[in-house]
Design a protein. Structure first.
Length: 95
């Protein structure tokens, strides 16, 4: 069982979004509206967390617990300085 399977299940997190890669402000608004339906404290996984700026906003504004994965050691360090969740360095496919 890999790390994603241990901490997240499709039944617990059936909605997957890549907020940073959304093509338009309208689409991003729809995703945020969907995230708002999640109970405060729900755990989400930010795949490709980058510097963690979006994850921090999700934590602060929506009260969601955010963990992240990124291939870049440098981005993981930035993200770990910004959010309270777990940050994992690596390729999500390999994890």
């Amino acid at each position: 069982m890999n790390f994603v399977q241990r901490f997240y299940s499709l039944s617990a997190a059936p909605r997957l979004f890549d907020i940073g890669a959304l093509p338009s402000r309208h689409t991003a608004t729809l995703v945020v509206q969907e995230l708002k339906t999640m109970p405060r404290g729900s755990r989400v996984l930010d795949i490709g967390i980058g510097s963690g700026i979006t994850a921090r906003k999700v934590q602060q504004r929506l009260g969601l617990a955010v963990d992240g994965v990124d291939q870049s050691y440098t981005m993981c360090r930035f993200a770990s300085d910004r959010i309270d969740g777990h940050i994992y360095e690596g390729d999500i496919v390999a994890l």
